[in-house]
Write a protein that binds this ligand. Structure first.
Ligand code: MRU
Length: 352
C-alpha cells in the first residue's frame, strides 16, 4: 500500500528545521497568510515558542523540545553525559513546563535525559543523534499509521477531522491527517470535512491550508455544525489525533473532540484516534488524571486580535478535553491498532 502514496505530493511541509546551530520553527501563529520561520537559538527561546503556539501539536512540541535540549547543552563544558545532564536539568524542566497536556513533551525530554546519562565524552553527538532519531522516527510512524488507519476506511467514505494533526503538528505527514492523506491517495476517502476548532482556529487556519497544499479538497465547517453534518449522512468516520492516551484507552485531545465522539456514537458513525506510540502514557491510568491546559481567556474574547465580546465578560478556556475509551472505535498507532480500547486491549499492544 505504501507504494501507492506519493509522499512528494502528500508530505511537503516541515514545521521544524535544525540548522546545526539554531532551531527554526514554522511560525504557526502567522499561518495561513505568512509562511515564516522563527529562529530559536536557546532552549528558553524554544520553551517560549512552545508556550506561545508558534510550534504546536503533540509530536511537534516533543521534537522541538528535543532540539531545545541540544541548544541547552550548547555552551556546557562537561567530560561526560551525566555531568552535562546535571548542567542542563533546569533548562529541561523549563521546556517541560511549557505546556502540560501533551505527553510527547515529557516523553521526548525523558529520552534525551536517558541518552545523555549513558554517554561518555561524545555526549554532544549522542544528544544531537537522539533529537534527530526522535524526529525521523515520528515521520516513519506517521507514514505507517496513515496506511494502517486508512485500511479501516471503506472506499467512498466521508471523514470529519478536528484541530490540526498534519505535517504542521508532527515531523511530517501527520497523524489523523496522515490517515486522511493516505485514505485520499488510496481512493478510500471521497470527502473531507474540517471543523474550524475555536478558539485558536487550528482547523480553519492550518488544516484546510495544509490540505490545499496537497490539492486535497476539504470543506470547512463551524464546530457547531458537526452534529448536523453527521445527521446529513455525509460522514462515515471522525478521525482525530491525541495529546495523551491513557492506559485504559481514554484520550485527551483538542477541546471539542469529546462532543464529536458523543455525536458520532449517536449517529452511528465511527470514531478513530491516530497517534504515535509516543503519545501513549501507560503510567496514567485514566483520563480524569490528565492535567487539562487552560489558556488565556483572551483567546475567546476576540477574533484575529479584534475584540468581539463586550468589556467585563468572563470566559473559561480549557483547550483540551478527554474522550472516554468507550466512545472510541479504534486507536491507531504505528505499533498496532487497538479496536474498542480498554485497559486489557491497551496492555496487549503497549505492555504494562
Ligand atoms: O493546542 P494544540 O494546537 O497543540 O493542540 C493540538 C491537538 O490537540 C492535536 O489534535 C494533537 O496534538 C495531535 S497532533 C498530531
Amino acid at each position: 500500500m505504501a507504494a501507492d502514496i506519493e509522499y512528494d505530493r502528500y508530505d511537503r511541509i516541515r514545521p521544524i528545521r535544525w540548522t546545526g546551530t539554531a532551531l527554526e520553527l514554522l511560525d504557526q501563529r502567522q499561518l495561513p497568510f505568512t509562511v515564516e520561520y522563527l529562529s530559536c537559538s536557546s532552549s528558553d527561546d524554544v520553551a517560549a515558542a512552545i508556550h506561545a503556539l508558534a510550534v504546536r501539536g503533540a509530536p511537534a512540541i516533543g521534537i522541538a523540545a528535543a532540539w531545545g535540549a541540544v541548544l541547552a547543552a550548547r555552551d556546557v563544558d562537561a567530560g561526560d553525559g551525566a555531568t552535562a545532564a546535571a548542567e542542563i536539568e533546569s533548562a529541561l524542566q523549563r521546556l517541560n513546563a511549557a505546556r502540560p497536556t501533551a505527553v510527547n513533551l515529557a516523553w521526548a525530554l525523558a529520552r534525551m535525559r536517558r541518552a545523555l546519562a549513558g554517554a561518555g565524552s561524545d555526549w554532544r553527538e549522542v544528544l544531537e543523534r537522539e533529537a534527530r532519531a526522535i524526529e525521523t522516527e515520528d515521520l516513519a510512524a506517521n507514514r505507517r499509521m496513515g496506511e494502517m488507519g486508512a485500511s479501516l476506511i471503506a472506499a467512498g467514505s466521508g471523514v470529519l477531522t478536528h484541530c490540526n494533526t498534519g505535517s504542521l503538528a508532527t515531523a511530517g505527514f501527520g497523524t489523523a491527517l496522515g490517515v486522511i492523506r493516505a485514505g485520499v491517495a488510496q481512493g478510500r476517502i471521497d470527502k473531507v470535512f474540517a471543523g474550524e476548532t475555536r478558539p485558536w482556529m487550528q482547523g480553519s487556519r492550518l488544516t484546510v491550508w495544509e490540505l490545499q497544499q496537497d490539492g486535497i479538497d476539504a470543506t470547512l465547517i463551524a464546530d457547531a455544525a458537526a452534529s448536523h453534518l453527521m445527521k446529513s449522512g455525509q460522514v462515515d468516520w471522525v478521525v482525530v489525533g491525541a495529546d495523551r492516551i491513557c492506559a485504559n484507552g481514554d484520550v485527551a485531545n483538542k477541546i471539542g473532540t469529546y462532543q464529536l465522539a458523543i455525536t458520532a456514537r449517536h449517529h452511528g458513525k465511527k470514531f478513530m484516534v491516530a497517534a504515535p506510540s509516543s503519545t501513549v502514557d501507560m503510567d496514567t491510568a485514566s483520563g480524569d488524571l490528565i492535567e487539562i491546559e487552560e489558556r488565556d481567556p483572551g483567546e475567546l474574547l476576540g477574533v484575529s486580535g479584534s475584540r468581539t465580546v463586550a468589556e467585563g465578560i468572563q470566559a473559561w478556556n480549557p483547550v483540551f478535553d478527554v474522550t472516554p475509551a468507550e466512545l472510541i472505535d479504534a486507536i491507531v498507532t504505528e505499533k498496532g491498532i487497538v479496536e474498542r480500547p480498554d485497559a486489557e486491549r491497551m496492555k496487549a499492544v503497549f505492555g504494562a
